[in-house]
Design a protein around this ligand. Sequence first.
Ligand SMILES: NC(=O)C1=CN([C@@H]2O[C@H](COP(=O)(O)OP(=O)(O)OC[C@H]3O[C@@H](n4cnc5c(N)ncnc54)[C@H](OP(=O)(O)O)[C@@H]3O)[C@@H](O)[C@H]2O)C=CC1
Ligand SMILES: CC1=C(/C=C/C(C)=C/C=C/C(C)=C/C=O)C(C)(C)CCC1
Length: 316
Amino acid sequence: MARRNVLITGCSSGIGLALAVKMAKDEQKRFKVYATMRNLSKKEPLEEAAGHRLGKTLEIKQLDVCDEQSIKACVNSIPDRRIDVLVSNAGMGLIGPIECQTIDEMKTVMDTNFFGLVRLLKEILPDMKRRKSGHIVIISSVMGIQGILFNDVYAASKFAVEGFCESLAIQALKFKLQLSLIEPGPVVTEFERKVFEDGMKMDLSAADAETAEMFTNIYLKNYKQIFQSLGQSAEDVAEHTVKIILSENPPFRHQTNTLYTPMTTLKYADPNGDLPIDIFYKMVFQHDKIFSASLNFIKLLRWRSRKSFDLGKPSQ
Ligand SMILES: NC(=O)C1=CN([C@@H]2O[C@H](COP(=O)(O)OP(=O)(O)OC[C@H]3O[C@@H](n4cnc5c(N)ncnc54)[C@H](OP(=O)(O)O)[C@@H]3O)[C@@H](O)[C@H]2O)C=CC1
Ligand SMILES: CC1=C(/C=C/C(C)=C/C=C/C(C)=C/C=O)C(C)(C)CCC1
């Protein structure tokens, strides 16, 4: 099989970095990775992790998904503009009561997570259609399927991504293109740190006392524990993603975290949509002690089995 050109966005940290390195280190050298980031002054961790693959199976390029010119320049710099696999990974989070967020902050989330993907595809899709080959892989989220308390705008941005892709997938099929949504649950990356820090410093004065208390003493208080007990590593998500890229018949949707699937399954179990809302409400407001104890139990099990605990590792 010929070496496939892979363009990945958001490679300065987290899932993008882990995926770029994993693909560049492929023993069979099946990929040429164009690892992109908006700010090249952040390239050191990637350079270090790529080691001697740098300049061989991995090249670092500038690309800001909020800037059409930067996308165009990056794609034009790739031989024959040939991108066989596009991984749309760049993204950002936003938590808190909407009363305390500005419309501009919300627009930045939509602009990055949703319009970022749209801009990439406007540039790359026509070439893929002409060649009648290509795989578009999108790092979506479980929040592309299901909303979570105090993640209203972030979830909306991922729902937008999923609706857009569901529509596009039908046309893509006609051009023999593949489209896959990767849906991780919580992943321990910079995303988690940034979102938590922003949440902690948030000015909650525009919210009523009950909402502010709920955000601080329920959401933020449990946030770290949720990531510690249910969280995956970026490398885990990268492993799932490579498996999807290499599969002959890649699925349209792939959830990476089996500890989280009982939650997302609730969505499909009730056409009225009340079941997940009701259960999340009870977990947060009525059975919070049982919920917290269950999280601690999962954390303990994972600690005892030192990472071998199955988080839905793709079968060999
Ligand atoms: N962590 C999690 O719990 C989960 C994350 N995801 C999704 O995974 C993806 C990767 O996030 P993750 O690795 O966790 O987080 P990180 O914060 O570690 O990585 C996000 C990357 O996106 C980049 N980025 C942000 N805005 C832009 C932009 N305008 N143009 C180009 N790059 C940009 C960041 O660059 P910079 O360093 O310059 O900010 C960074 O490289 C996101 O789409 C996120 O929504 C999905 C499920 C769970
Ligand atoms: C499990 C769970 C909760 C929190 C889930 C979280 C915090 C998920 C984070 C997912 C991320 C960060 C996805 C990124 O795209 C609640 C609502 C507290 C209570 C109900 C069950």
